[in-house]
Design a protein around this ligand. Structure first.
Ligand code: NOJ
Length: 509
């Protein structure tokens, strides 16, 4: 009965947001200067895992030593072969008319030892070729320095749990600015801290598959924030260009209370799951969120630890990290309902981040619009998240650095189109109310290696044929729709593309 009431009230909530959209004209314009792009990441698309001097990274290591930790036992050895097919990738960016393309650098391709003692020229050439090809057609490169593929050699030294990573990452960042900074104006230091630390070192669901939740994930969190800040300061002091921007890309889903009595549970989840990384950088006071600090310190004491498991920042470190992001990079996909009850206490391992939060989540099957269980479609959650960011952090400029939907193949991806339309409408609603959102990035340009889901989940505007040696790319319906959005700088909820015509490059691109 309770769940039915929740469902009905959420339906009302969803239909209010929906009707708000419907009431307005169906074509909504984006403001002048708003930018559109798409994104990928090195391990997910490049392939060439051991070519031309590249060494092993943590995803090579995971997929080669424990292949069936990946749903289809696959790996990124060849992936989309973007290492060889990058010109076709740029052609696709031109077909879509993109303003920018977000991609990441493979640390082990540029620095085979992980350290700056050797620079792999072939790896540098690859990124130079990609950047120059994009710039030829006025597509701005947006580089992510770290999108999860740590050199395995650095992992053997502890990876993100070792405080020395602040130096290691700073060195890699400096070399990257030195090599590419003359042509690249958008720099993202790190992609999705939560996934790196809490999946990689906490719940063991991503490389390096460590399961020390409540301890190693918190060690990683502080080191990662310090490493990000190091990369920011190096850029800010030594490499900043007039229009250069450097920022971090957080992953934040929206945690909605199941009902009024569960508001604290949702608040705690929003604090632990994403404000953990946002608060130290974007709040006025810096440091981890107060609720998190208090909760983990108290639980640590009760559990017999000598100090809080949440590693503390010194006052100097708080200042070093605070304010180190020119814009708020936001990756967002979905929403979860949150609740707290007594029986949860016995459900979580102790210690663990989940036990520290003390709240659990679920999603409604009604939110599922396609086959994918992974991305449930809840546009109003995006609107609420954007509103909270505006209110809590003094309306920072926001770049949506990822948003997208998974299908299982096929070119007629109507569910993806529906997802994009819903989320773009919600984003425009937030902008109408004052949110300073300046860019939107669709994940992804093309299908790619979806981490633990291998090639089963497809996120591409372009389909990739993994049977063909050149990994043939074909535009889906969503690519046609995205192109129209970029061309008109407007969201038309009823645009129907003619897919019998090829997606060609418009004049001027
Ligand atoms: C977030 C990650 O940054 C990206 O690598 C991943 O493929 C997408 N979300 C989809 O899960």
């Amino acid at each position: 009965m309770g769940r039915l009431i929740i469902f009905l009230s959420l339906l009302v909530c969803a239909s209010i947001v929906h009707s708000k959209v419907a009431e307005r004209h169906e074509i909504r314009k984006f403001p002048e200067g708003f930018l559109f792009g798409t994104a990928t990441a090195s391990y997910q698309v490049e392939g060439a895992w051991n070519l031309d001097g590249k060494t092993e990274n943590i995803w090579d290591h995971l997929t080669h030593t424990k292949p069936c930790k990946i749903l289809d036992c696959s790996n990124g050895d060849i992936a989309d072969d973007s290492y060889h097919q990058y010109k076709r990738d740029v052609e696709m960016m031109r077909e879509l008319g993109l303003d920018y393309y977000r991609f990441s650098l493979s640390w082990a391709r540029i620095l085979p030892t992980g350290f700056p003692d050797q620079i792999n020229q072939a790896g540098v050439d690859y990124y130079n070729n990609l950047i120059n090809e994009m710039l030829k057609y006025n597509i701005e490169p947006m580089i992510t320095l770290y999108h999860w593929d740590l050199p395995q050699k650095l992992q053997t030294l502890g990876g993100w749990a070792n405080p020395n990573i602040v130096d290691w990452f700073g060195d890699f960042a400096k070399i990257s600015y030195e090599l590419f900074g003359d042509r690249v104006k958008y720099w993202i230091t790190i992609n999705e801290p939560y996934q790196i630390c809490n999946n990689g070192y906490g719940d063991g669901s991503k490389a390096p598959l460590l399961e020390y939740s409540g301890i190693a994930d918190y060690m990683c969190a502080k080191n990662l924030l310090m490493a990000h800040a190091r990369a920011y300061h190096i850029y800010d002091k030594e490499y900043r260009t007039e229009d250069g921007e450097i920022f971090i890309a957080f992953s934040a889903q929206w945690y909605e209370p199941e009902s009024e009595e569960h508001e604290e549970a949702a608040r705690d989840l929003n604090q632990f799951m994403w404000a953990q990384y946002v608060h130290p950088i974007f709040s006025k006071t810096g440091d981890f969120p107060p609720i998190m600090k208090e909760r983990v310190a108290e639980k640590s004491r009760e559990q017999g630890f000598a100090r809080s498991r949440l590693v503390e920042f010194t006052p100097e470190e708080i200042e070093y990290v605070r304010g180190t992001s020119d814009v708020f990079g936001l990756n967002h996909y979905s929403t979860l309902l949150s609740y707290r009850n007594e029986s949860l206490n016995s459900r979580f391992a102790v210690p663990s981040l989940n036990d520290d939060v003390g709240a659990a989540t679920y999603q409604l099957s009604e939110w599922k619009i396609g086959e994918s269980e992974k991305v449930m479609t809840v546009p109003w959650g995006f609107y609420k998240l954007l509103t909270q960011i505006r209110e809590d952090y003094d309306n920072p400029p926001v770049y949506i650095t990822e948003n997208g939907f998974a299908t299982y193949g096929g070119l007629d991806d109507d569910h993806r189109v529906e997802y994009y339309r819903g989320y773009l409408s919600a984003m425009l609603d937030a902008m109408d109310e004052g949110s300073d959102i300046r860019a939107y990035t669709a994940w992804s340009l093309l299908d790619n290696f979806e981490w633990r889901y291998g090639y089963t989940e497809r996120f591409g505007l372009y389909e990739v044929d993994y049977e063909s040696p050149e990994r043939t790319r074909t535009p889906r319906k969503s690519a046609y729709v995205y192109k129209e959005l970029v061309r008109t700088r407007a969201l038309d909820l009823h645009y129907e593309p003619d897919m019998s015509k090829p997606l060609t490059i418009d004049e001027g691109h």
